[in-house]
Ligand binder design. Sequence first.
Ligand code: JCF
Length: 671
Amino acid sequence: MSTPLAILQRAAELREQLNLHNYRYYVLDDPQVTDSEYDRLMRELQSLEQQFPDLIVPDSPTQRVGAQPLDGFGEVLHRMPMLSLENAFSDTEMVDFDRRVRERLGEVGEVIYTAEPKLDGLAISLRYESGLLVQAATRGDGSRGEDVTHNARTIPSVPLRLLGEDWPQVLEVRGEIYMPLAGFERLNQRARVNGEKGFANPRNAAAGSLRQLDPKITAQRPLAMYCYGFGEISGGPLAATQSESIRRLADWGLRISPEMRTVEGAAGCLDYYREIGKRRAALDYEIDGVVFKVDSLEQQQRLGFVSRAPRWAIAQKFPAQEEMTRLLAIDIQVGRTGALTPVARLEPVTVAGVTVTNATLHNEEEIRRKDIRVGDSVIIRRAGDVIPQVVRSIPEQRSTDARPFEMPQQCPVCGADVIRDADEAVVRCSGGLFCPAQRRQAIKHFAARRAMDIEGLGDKLVDQLVTLGMVETPADLFHLQLTALEGMERMGRKSAENLLAALEKSKRTSLGRFLFALGIREVGEATAQSLANHFGDLEPIMQADIDALLQVPDVGPVVAEHVFTFFRQAHNQEVIEALIRAGVRWEAIAVPDLASQRLAGKVFVITGTLSQPRDEIKQRLIALGAKVTGSVSKKTDYLIAGADAGSKLTKAETLGIAILDESGLNELLEE
Ligand code: JCF
């Protein structure tokens, strides 16, 4: 059976549209259609190709993943070698490079360079013949690489067919395959969930993903490509300059760096280097420097090569973000909620210009996963302003007696037992506010700007006050005396007076701030405000049971439990009372009197799929005085049952509870 003409035409149309949408999305980052529209077109093409298999062509967007895994990689001979770059590790080396270029060219004026970030991925060469991708190869040793065509085809920013028609018959494009940071994080996250090790860095992840025998695996990896150079081109160069040649690639649907610029002379290069350096942390990919190339191809030709590196290009490297040092000890820090965090103490090492002596290790699980032991040689990474991290250890250099790390069973600060949260990787000190470490943090939190806003009571001062035993609970702050404060280190009469004035001023606060300042677990600013608005004053919050707390917008079972438990502790009740006696006060918030409302005392359960969000229905019922709970019991008055209601509906039926569907609910609400 031959394929009807109309079908042939439709398939061609779909291929063209899909290729264009793909280009808009992955290359230009500027999609024209929604994902669902794209999916719809793709499904239509797939279904046509299934009915009429002779429609399938190699550059069909349905054909990115090949059918069979390979047995091994073939070898590719690069007809034009894939070059490497000379490095400059300082401004001086960059300036020297520019001087050598001008001397060789006999140039009196400034040289124009193209500038671009140097991606930390792996180099690849794509070969297009008659506009079709026929081969993709890794760099290898520059002369011979590996054939990774089947995998390169799965990368959405690699066109299977070039756009337009003014491309040369043979076009070899060189560029970098990399893994965007967001995708790298997601990939490693998933690996961790599956109990796998994950990749050490995005570069390894990109290389590991491209060198897969099964293209189905590569297809699932978030890879992307930027083009920056050329191999064989039939008919000669594409333009007179590097920058113009690269721009032509963009017209054919190839992806080029939006950061590419042309700059003038060494000064222009150094400006660019600094600008990219500043923005480095904000880029969605890792770079290890900046590449400068003489822009004029005629000048490039005259400069030529030394061995495998062109004399017309240089990579100016950024200072390394990773260094090796020794892990001297793993200390434990105790946070405000008692969480024990391991901290790496390091032999001092300079990373990207800053001396690093501490690094985070997150938690016990992470230390185990990375197999980090005291005494190990470790790789430290410091990127942008983030806290330095221990990336990995080098177990090969480990002494045989190094023991795996174990969390202490007792809090290193107060000696209380350590407990492991049931569903968390976190271990906590059970000492509560009797633990000096937690007390210190609790007081810092209490004084913070968004909490009680006690101006001038910074972390250092809190540390001193707690160490000297002058403050044990937040309430003690309000009994500090001028004479005692004056006698403290780095505290004069004036600052002592200012602190007392700030303490006095902070006493007049709001219920929301006060609740937040108490530092109840999982109660952030928004939840604190929500509790305040719902209950109006402190007393009803302290009295509320779990059910009552669950009526508050955004309060779920975990938060309700923390709030309930907090106010049951005698210690917390005492501190609150002491604070109020010291003069801490707020205006009560007017709340509607639910007891007089139409649905006062009625208990509702909501189940199944409804046309409005469940939380919205819940809030409307609560506003009418009702209580909304999570499970059906004898106390339930009404079950609101949407579509596909399950066990709750059955239970309500057996208990003989009134059941309302959505229209019944609407009637009730509008009554
Ligand atoms: O981004 C890169 N890693 C990169 C590598 C950029 C370039 O323009 C390059 C390169 C390696 C060699 N250019 C050459 C000639």
